[in-house]
Design a protein around this ligand. Structure first.
Ligand code: DOR
Ligand code: ZN
Length: 348
């Protein structure tokens, strides 16, 4: 069996920089025409000038002849000025601004400690229609790790949407039934991305027969009822939900450690993983809108012209891939079988 989709985009991607960028970029280029590039480098991408430089490094790292459009983002801080937002809008290549609550995840220490400090920037974004991409977790260590997303909705997101009703927001990598239901019932200024791993796995995957660090990401995998709710949302046909892999590479040594980094590397087989999730739900016919239309429409960008062909065929993922820092990269589900395979991509 084969399916053909309009060429998809990845609306949430970590490409890193330097050698790591060189190693991971070709995988995303094979799969996607465009991607929203996360700004959590060290130091973070807080200015349009830094985003321009990073964009150029990505373009310079593209394989010969490849066509791929990096859609850049700025990293919001307590002191991002409204002027920087204005410059971002005028640049044409910065498509969104990312909110990391300070301390929520990898390289988020320079993030926002007090959202009220960001009001001038948020007001400008609301005025200009520039989307805010939200890592939706509270950071209070007293809140249970598995509850941080639902508490974020109650204590931060609802108030933000009320205060800035025209602000366009993408609730990134949602992981709970509460988030899926909240997004579905909110106005059309709110949308959400969903990762392949949150559609395929629940939290048991992190502890199957021992600690499995490659299944550890933030927001963390949740209970089965949440996974099921995410599948229902992704396959519902609602234009508010779209593909965002959150593919987040870390060297094997950094993952398989006493204090391992958060992030699942899925870029190698992203479309295959999503196809499997939609197939298991009996909803393959809903995959194209989720992967190729809804995100572009929300970002007010044209849909892609080309296509990809996916074939139902079992194949084994490699155990590891080359990576930077004299280390290797383990893809999610390394060495295991996948049920779908990306066959062909065309730009036309
Ligand atoms: O698991 C994660 N890894 N979650 C994030 O929010 C950041 C990401 C990373 O950059 O590694
Ligand atoms: Zn991310």
């Amino acid at each position: 069996m084969q399916i053909t989709l309009t060429r998809p985009d990845d609306w949430h991607l970590h490409l890193r920089d330097g050698e790591a960028l060189q190693a991971v970029l070709p995988h995303s280029v094979r799969q996607f025409a465009r991607a929203i590039i996360m700004p959590n480098l060290r130091p973070p991408v807080v200015t349009v000038a830094a985003a321009a430089d990073y964009r150029q490094r990505i373009l310079d790292a593209l394989p010969d002849g490849a066509r791929f459009e990096p859609l850049m983002t700025l990293y919001l801080t307590d002191s991002t000025p409204a002027d920087e937002i204005r410059r971002a809008v005028d640049s044409g290549f910065v498509k969104a601004v990312k909110l990391y609550p300070a301390g929520a995840t990898t390289h988020s220490d320079a993030g926002v400690s007090d959202l009220s400090q960001c009001d001038p920037a948020l007001a400008e974004m609301e005025r200009a229609g520039m989307p805010l991409l939200v890592h939706g977790e509270v950071t209070d260590p007293a809140i249970d790790l598995f509850d941080r997303e639902s508490v974020f909705i109650e204590t931060v997101l609802q108030a933000l949407l009320k205060r800035r009703p025209g602000l366009r927001v993408v609730f990134e990598h949602i992981t709970t039934k509460e988030a899926a239901e909240f997004v579905a019932s909110a106005g059309d200024t709110l949308a959400a991305t969903i990762t392949a791993h949150h559609l395929l796995y629940n939290r048991n995957a992190i502890f199957a027969g021992g600690v499995r660090p490659h299944y550890y990401c933030l927001p963390i995998l949740k209970r089965e009822k949440h996974r099921a709710a995410l599948v229902r949302a992704a396959t519902s046909g609602s234009p508010k939900f779209f593909l965002g892999t959150d593919s987040a590479p870390h060297a094997r040594r950094a993952k398989e450690a006493a204090c391992g980094c958060a992030g699942c590397f899925t870029a190698l087989s992203a479309l295959e993983l999503y196809a499997e999730a939609f197939d298991l739900a009996g909803s393959l016919e809903k995959l194209e809108a989720f992967a190729s239309f809804n995100g572009a429409d929300f970002y007010r960008l044209p849909r892609n012209k080309g296509s990809v062909i996916l074939e139902k065929e079992a194949w084994t993922l490699p155990e590891s891939l080359p990576y930077a820092l004299d280390d290797e990269l383990a893809p999610l589900r390394a060495g295991e079988l996948l049920t779908w395979k990306l066959r062909e991509t065309s730009d036309q």
